[in-house]
Design a protein around this ligand. Structure first.
Ligand code: 3PG
Ligand code: MG
Length: 399
């Protein structure tokens, strides 16, 4: 028996189904600029309305800090939900203090309606995981479906407390995400390698600590790698590096060795003298770095080395770019490795799972966002999952 109930466990016909979505999507000039999170919600919504259930969407939007603030009204996102579902969508305003009117509006809506409730963070009880607020939310539905993995690291009234008050299930997007994550680190086919990049070791200590226990190889790139190179006694010139973390970096390497996890660091680097697009650059071995230079990407030898590791892997988990991918040509290492993982995935050689804000942008930039086995739209939740931390929104769904 799977750990969670899914939509398969319920008869949704005629039911009021409260769907916790993550409608926390980027908006500019009043328009949604990336609807990926809404797209992924569609299968769950369709299943509900197909059998004349009412899909009642609960979500936060931005960080209004417990106050009603029109700038963060979810009404803004309603047209995008209508576009993605191809169905009219109603909006229900509420201050979350008194839900009588919201309840009436839901009762009066015809079977098969899609309704979006106002931002759950308009009430301070949301972030406090307040059981009284959760009870008011629960009044509005017969079944609770959580389809917001990307908000599951928050123990909030609409993600955690409510799941204890109504019969609860994982929605289709949540189900797919949990399945992919299980294949990535929970119970992966081995060897499994993790590729971790980004700027700072300090923000990824828990992540590295967990990964070395779980994976067979850990590829480190981005400015994070400079911290390790420096700790290993190599010059990194003017590169971004957390030199005060040398001891921590060496400790991670020792622990990795004890856990039989190979740490794969760059052997060469793409070096420039200015942090800007198309800055003149040269390749240096990491043992002969120019003291005036800045490492902005992995070098060609490192790329080959990482490809070699990928060739041996059956599972790849990726978080964080390998270089300054927002500046050409320093996106080269990230793009080349992303395309290589995509090709291995397509050839059926690896299961590839990636996530985290920058990572998704980097894969999109490389043109392979849809060519990994699974790409998570979650930022913080994906990171906490990679850190091995229990996610309250997921835990609350367990049977
Ligand atoms: C996200 O966008 O990462 C999630 O929606 C969570 O939002 P939060 O970081 O404001 O809790
Ligand atoms: Mg966040």
């Amino acid at each position: 028996m799977p750990a969670f109930k899914t939509l398969d466990d319920f008869d949704l016909s005629g039911k009021r189904v409260l769907v916790r979505a993550d409608l926390n999507v980027p908006v500019a000039d009043g328009k949604v600029t990336d609807a990926t999170r809404i797209e992924r919600l569609v299968p769950t919504i369709r299943e509900i309305i197909k059998v004349d259930g009412k899909a009642i969407i609960l979500s936060h939007f931005g960080r209004p800090k417990g106050k009603v603030d029109p700038e963060f009204s979810l009404e803004l996102v309603v047209p995008a939900v209508a576009d993605e579902t191809g169905h009219p969508v109603g909006f229900i305003a509420t201050d979350w203090i008194d839900v009588t009117k919201a309840r009436q509006a839901i009762d009066e809506a015809p079977p098969g309606s899609i309704l979006v409730l106002e931002n759950t963070r308009f009430h301070p009880g949301e972030e406090d995981n307040d059981p009284a607020l959760a009870a008011r939310m629960a009044e509005l539905g017969d079944i609770f479906v959580n389809d917001a993995f990307s908000a599951a690291h928050r123990a909030h009234a609409s993600t955690e407390a409510i799941a204890h008050l109504l019969p609860s299930a994982a929605g289709r997007a949540m189900e797919a995400e949990l399945k992919a994550l299980e294949a990535g680190l929970g119970n992966p086919e081995r060897p499994v390698i993790a590729i971790v990049g980004g700027a700072k070791v300090s923000t990824k200590l828990d992540l590295l600590g967990n990964l070395i226990k779980k994976v067979d190889g850990l590829v480190i790139g981005g400015a994070m790698a400079n911290t390790f190179l420096h700790a290993g006694g190599l010059g990194v010139g003017k590169s971004l590096a957390e030199k005060d973390l040398a001891e921590t970096a060496n400790d991670i390497r020792d622990k990795a060795e004890a856990a039989h996890c190979a740490i794969i660091l760059p052997i060469d680097a793409t070096v420039a003298w200015h942090f800007e697009a198309n800055a003149p650059h040269r390749f240096y071995g990491v043992d002969s770095m120019d003291p005036e230079g800045m490492i902005l990407d992995v070098g060609p030898g490192s790329i080959e080395r990482i490809k070699g590791a990928i060739d041996e892997a059956k599972t790849i988990v990726w978080n964080g770019p390998l270089g300054a991918f927002e500046l050409q040509p320093f996106d080269h290492g990230t793009v080349e490795i992303a395309q290589y993982v995509a090709a291995r995935t397509k050839a059926g050689k690896v299961v590839s799972v990636a996530g985290g804000g920058d990572t998704v942008s980097a894969l999109a930039h490389a043109g392979v966002k849809d060519q990994f086995t699974y790409v998570s739209t979650a930022g913080g939740a994906f990171l906490e999952w990679m850190e091995g931390k229990p996610l309250p929104g997921v835990e609350a769904l367990k049977r």
